[in-house]
Design a protein around this ligand. Structure first.
Ligand SMILES: Nc1ncnc2c1ncn2[C@@H]1O[C@H](COP(=O)(O)OP(=O)(O)O)[C@@H](O)[C@H]1O
Ligand SMILES: [Mg+2]
Length: 299
């Protein structure tokens, strides 16, 4: 948890100001569920990305929501949300940066990723000038969590071929280069096929979570080639047990995890609280200097 000044929200004329509770940090490991022994599974996400694959109904959006919840409560992290279905991440809309919640709109999605790419380049220039290699807690610029529900929607389904290719190239660049400058990409796909997730892209994700997959090869596309043959296949997960998946870190071995589940009402409550925290911080910080390397909302 990070040290934050006490946050006091003014709830309106005639009401007493309310002191707000503690917040999280994106530099803390993120609780994503429990392992086979019931022990908590926490994954460090800063300087890393996560790929979430699995058939429809396997629990991808639920896991994405659990991660976004942590990020929303982390006031040292800004949120960018791309949601082809609009309702999967929609509850976090008020926690996202201005203009950084994109629904099923290819044009907006491309523009947003292009702005992120520009910001990433600016941040690298800034780090280079400071003779540093990565962002650190309390840095001049804030990490961003970029959550994408259904990569294939933008990279293979809607819009013109050229736009889809541009989206895929932008995403790959963010995943490849964003880590050191605090851009964390968490991307879900219900089509773990080699056209959506080529090996070269898959290997850029430090964390990979395979919910139930329809075949051994889909499972391998998420986890890495050869795991199914060694007995680690998300194809053997029961379709009646959503949220269960195999989690692997780069260089590691798969681990069976049951993801944490936030139902709609809980998500909505956390989102409201996180939005209040964020508004309060923004009001209190209105007079402090801007991000020297530029934020996406200002770009
Ligand atoms: N960790 C979990 N624990 C319990 N139920 C879950 C969990 N994850 C998902 N579910 C159930 O499965 C349903 C489908 O999950 P969802 O995340 O929407 O799947 P996907 O995005 O892969 O299509 C949810 O509506 C919920 O009822
Ligand atoms: Mg989903």
């Amino acid at each position: 948890m990070i040290a934050m000044p006490t946050l006091v929200a003014n709830t309106g004329p005639g009401s007493q100001p309310v002191t707000l509770g503690p917040v999280l940090s994106i530099f803390d490991p993120v609780h994503i569920g429990i392992d086979e022994f019931g022990q908590p599974v926490r994954v460090p996400l800063i300087y890393r990305n996560m790929l979430i694959g699995g058939e429809p109904g396997s629990g991808k959006s639920a896991l994405l929501n659990a991660i976004v919840a942590h990020a929303a409560l982390s006031l040292d992290c800004k949120l960018i949300l791309l949601d082809g279905k609009r309702v999967e991440l929609g509850q976090w809309r008020r926690c996202a940066e201005a203009g950084a919640f994109v629904g099923p709109n290819m044009d907006q999605a491309r523009k947003l990723l292009t702005r992120l790419q520009t910001m990433m380049d600016n941040r690298y220039t800034f780090l280079e000038e400071c003779e540093r290699r990565k962002v650190i807690p309390g840095d001049a610029f804030t990490p961003y969590l970029v959550a994408i529900d259904e990569i294939a929607y933008f990279s293979a389904t809607v819009g013109k071929k050229q736009d889809r290719e541009e989206f895929a190239a932008l995403l790959r660049d963010l995943v490849a280069r964003g880590r050191a400058v605090g851009i964390i990409v968490i991307a879900a796909t219900q089509r773990p096929s080699s056209d959506i997730i080529p090996t070269s892209l898959r290997d850029l994700f430090a964390w990979r979570f395979a919910g139930r997959c329809t075949s051994h090869s889909s499972s391998d596309i998420v986890l890495g080639h050869g795991w199914a043959q060694q007995g680690w296949t998300a194809n053997s997960i029961s379709p009646t047990n959503p949220g269960v998946g195999l989690l692997i870190a780069e260089g590691g071995t798969p681990q069976l995890v049951k993801s944490a589940y936030l139902d709609d009402a809980t998500c909505a409550a956390i989102a409201r609280y996180a939005a209040t925290l964020r508004n309060t911080v923004n009001q209190q910080a209105a007079t402090t200097p801007a991000d020297p390397a530029g934020g996406v909302s200002a770009a």
